[in-house]
Design a protein around this ligand. Structure first.
Ligand code: HEM
Length: 351
């Protein structure tokens, strides 16, 4: 699909996700219809259920998939003969023990190690090519994921009473520069910046644009719109955080209630977009959050030279060995002058 079409499809989907709660919460009351309960209670619950059930389904399905042998798609030397170098880099990149696998997984999940090793192909003089280090994607991805995490942790203040101590610490560090009133959190702004960078990368680099689909643009648009409505709420429109907390605490304590005073429509739009993200998550590429732990190229030690791995579900095949074949046809083979491995015993001959 070409880029213009992809952007239109994704843009239309996001517009619908903004218009639906706007119509339901802002416009519907003009016609005497009050359905805040749908957007504030029913849809968030349905989205949460879809997220948890969907994630469990995907992870269990992966976990059940047989992985009969090791897949050493690594760059490093695997553990081999004692005189072949196998140093600490090899032990992490191509681990032969469980401990090494843990090390590799932790580095992958916390520091996106394989992305850090990303290289870029460049053409040199004549026909020559070279690979150079390329860290921009890694910087953008790390920035995006960590700011997302910080924003989510800070949001815990809406869902907990009293607020856990670490949320307060993160809030203080995040608002350290104390610019603006209310305090500007760098993570929210950086999240928007990182998502914009990832989007521009897809749009501007021809090779990346060529392999991009609506399924790549849509989640970025969605997250950008969530961050955008959040920023709008906090810094521009100043929504009623007390009423919002009343609603969110009702949701987590399973006694949901729409606050008497009402909440501004931009909050319902933010919440509807978040609900869409949660419901979409398990069925999209975003599910890599759970998938990385089940990736056979990351979670298995490479001990192919030390351990013989036999496919456990190989069917029992009735084989006919050469010995049996020779037993069946020995005399005929001898008669035809063919060499045999086992000589015919004289007694056997008489029979
Ligand atoms: C994927 C999940 C979410 C993301 C990425 C997200 C993102 C953001 C961002 C970037 C802001 C701007 C201010 C800041 O940096 O904190 C914000 C504000 C806000 N978000 Fe979210 N949000 C999410 C989920 C939610 C949920 C589930 C709720 C409530 C049920 C919520 C309610 C709010 C409110 C009330 C504000 C304004 C905060 C204030 O005025 O202090 N958000 N959000």
């Amino acid at each position: 699909m070409n880029i213009v079409l992809s952007l239109i499809v994704s843009g239309l989907a996001i517009s619908a996700l903004v218009v639906i709660p706007f119509a339901g919460v802002w416009a519907a009351p003009f016609y005497g219809v009050h359905i805040e309960w749908l957007f504030g209670i029913v849809i968030p619950y349905l989205a949460a259920i879809t997220f948890f059930v969907g994630m469990i389904y995907r992870v269990v399905k992966w976990a059940k998939s047989p992985v009969p042998f090791r897949i050493p798609t690594t760059c490093s030397q695997q553990k081999s003969l004692p005189w072949i170098k196998y140093d600490y880099v090899d032990k992490l990149d191509n681990p032969s023990t469980r401990l090494g696998v843990w090390g590799r997984m932790i580095l992958e999940v916390l520091f996106f190690r394989s992305l850090f090793r990303n290289t870029r192909l460049q053409y040199g003089e004549g026909q020559s090519i070279k690979y150079t280090s390329s860290k921009w994607l890694w910087i953008g991805a790390i920035g995006f994921h960590y700011t997302f995490l910080v924003v989510i942790i800070r949001h815990l203040r809406f869902f907990t009473e009293p607020m856990p101590f670490f949320v307060k610490i993160i809030e203080n560090v995040d608002g350290f520069f104390q610019i603006f009133l209310p305090t500007a959190y760098q993570s929210g702004l950086l999240l928007g910046a990182a998502a914009t960078f990832l989007l521009l990368r897809r749009v501007l680099i021809p090779q990346v644009r060529y392999v991009s689909l609506p399924a790549d643009y849509f989640p970025l648009f969605l997250i950008l719109t969530i961050a955008g409505t959040g920023i709008l709420m906090r810094y521009v429109l100043k929504t009623d955080v007390v009423s919002i907390k009343e609603l969110t605490m009702g949701l987590v304590s399973f006694s949901p209630k729409i606050p008497e005073g009402g909440i501004s429509v931009v909050f319902y739009i933010h919440l509807f977009l978040v609900s869409a993200l949660f419901a979409y998550f398990p069925f999209s590429k975003l599910v890599h959050m759970g998938g990385v732990f089940l990736s056979p190229t990351r979670n298995l030690e490479n001990n192919n030279r030390a351990v013989r791995h036999i496919n456990p579900w190989n069917p029992k095949v009735k084989i006919h060995t050469y010995e049996e074949y020779e037993d069946d046809f020995r005399e005929k083979m001898i008669g035809a002058g063919l060499p045999v491995e086992k000589k015919v015993a004289p007694t056997e001959n008489k029979e």
